[in-house]
Design a protein around this ligand. Structure first.
Ligand SMILES: Cc1ncc(COP(=O)(O)O)c(C=O)c1O
Length: 446
């Protein structure tokens, strides 16, 4: 019986340190979270190069909703690689791509007849939506939200407003984007209280922006995450989304649902926007769609299509191995009832996190939907000053004790285990997390 987590050498051990050193010397990156050096992974378990076993509550940043190396995905990838890996799907035809297109359209939340454009990542799925919106509306402007994250390429970056470091020295990005405050009720940007605020944050678009300077008939699309991911797992009230959506509809503005992080069963619905009772004109998906093989998808109402040869394309979009992986992923979500599993286990996870909040002052807020939950740490519950250092300490201590968890927002930590994680493993991970939070809370003199 494997003891999980099982730390035999305090991580990073000697082999891990050597690889981190090599990596640091040559790899251009700015986002390493912790010195975890993976040798192999299966389900919710990860083994490092020094023989330590970790429990994974990060799922490759919401990519591995099925867990690592799911047998159905491994089989699909291997079989497809044996047939052919790539044949420029946008220029030629093959069945696995056509079948995936049909399948994504069938499960997507875009109503009516639709089409899907395939790419390689979340950011590319957003770039496609930007170009599609300009093409079909012949309008130039866009709206997105403070705290929102839509990617890091120049187009999507201009919508992103999650962390200043992602923007610094990159301006000017694409002009014509208005960033509105999001419904972050725990830290209301207008210093109001929900519900007595009357959802002012949603009404502000019509009553101030459109009234005073932004011509709505020149706005092509609004981009919104149903739950802000990188921004801190912020769940807006349903009314906020519904009012924004209705405002878009009134003015012929396309409503783009960015499901890259929250989608594909993670929140206890196939698409997180379902929680808000809103259907989009365009929906972007990536991350879990390929279970680790890069793929992005932009689904849209059929009549929005570029429809002109060569208008938008790429080399790798609809790559055969990625398509095979995505088909196996969708099959498995359905076969294993992962939507329901995420809802049920999410309730359990949330209950345990709320119990921790009762006990530890350092926890300011617990929020999320389904198995997409986060804890926000604060220096003081009254002032709500973000406890960023304490959050970093939680992340580091979790790693040292064999739990992989990753931060979000200014001082949050996200808990996003694979959706099919065994309840016993979920509880083991929560025990580790609670021990860490208890210690950090104590360190703060609480
Ligand atoms: C909501 C959302 N949209 C877009 C992206 C960009 O995806 P990628 O990193 O695959 O380009 C991300 C990535 O975290 C995301 O969370």
């Amino acid at each position: 019986m494997v003891k999980v987590p099982n730390i035999v050498v305090e991580p990073p051990g000697p082999k891990a340190k050597a690889i981190v050193e090599l990596d640091t010397k040559y790899l251009a990156t700015s986002t390493k979270a912790s010195p975890l050096v993976v040798e192999r992974a299966e389900g919710a378990l990860v083994w490092d190069v020094d023989g330590n076993t970790f429990l994974d509550f990060a799922s490759g940043v919401a990519v591995l909703n099925l867990g690592h190396s799911h047998p159905a995905v491994v089989k699909a990838i291997t079989e497809q690689a044996g047939r052919f890996a790539h044949f420029a799907g946008t220029d030629y035809y093959y069945e696995v791509q056509s079948k995936l297109a049909e399948r994504i359209c069938a499960i997507s939340n875009v109503p009516g007849e639709k089409r899907v454009f395939l790419s390689n990542s979340g950011t590319e799925s957003i770039e496609a939506a930007l170009k599609l919106a300009r093409w079909s509306t012949q309008r130039k402007l866009f709206i997105s939200f403070i705290g929102g994250f839509h990617g890091r390429t120049m187009g999507s970056l201009s919508l992103t407003a999650s962390k200043r470091v992602q923007q610094e020295r990159f301006f000017p990005s694409m002009p014509g984007v208005t960033h509105l405050p999001f419904a972050y009720c725990y830290r209301c940007p207008y210093h109001l209280e929900y519900p007595s605020c009357g959802i002012w944050c949603a009404k502000v678009l019509e009553e101030l922006h459109f009234e005073d300077y932004l011509p709505p008939e020149e706005v092509a699309a609004m981009f919104m995450e149903p739950v802000q991911g990188e921004g801190g797992y912020i769940v807006p009230p349903q009314e906020f989304v519904q009012i924004m959506h209705a405002t878009c509809k009134r003015h012929g503005i396309l409503f783009v649902d960015d499901e890259v992080q929250a989608g594909m069963a993670r929140t206890g619905r196939m698409w997180a926007m379902e929680h808000h009772g809103v259907v989009p004109d365009v929906m972007c998906s990536a991350k879990t769609l390929g279970s680790g093989i890069p793929i992005g998808a932009t689904v849209f109402r059929k009549e929005l299509d570029w429809g002109k040869k060569g208008s938008h394309s790429n080399t790798y979009g609809g790559n055969a191995i990625a398509c095979a992986s995505a088909l196996a992923t969708i099959d498995t979500i359905e076969k294993e009832g992962l939507v329901k599993q995420a809802e049920r286990k999410g309730e359990h996870l949330r209950k345990r996190l709320l119990e921790m909040k009762q006990k530890y002052e350092v926890i300011g807020d617990v929020r999320g939907l389904g198995l997409m939950q986060a804890v926000e740490f604060v220096k003081d519950r009254r002032t709500k000053v973000p406890a960023s250092k304490e959050r970093d300490a939680v992340e580091e201590l979790c790693f040292k004790r064999g739990l992989v968890a990753i931060g979000c927002g200014k001082s949050g930590i996200r808990l996003i285990p694979p959706l099919n994680i065994a309840t016993e493993l979920l509880d083991i991970g929560l025990e580790v997390l609670e021990g860490v939070i208890r210690d950090v809370n104590r360190e703060m003199g609480r």
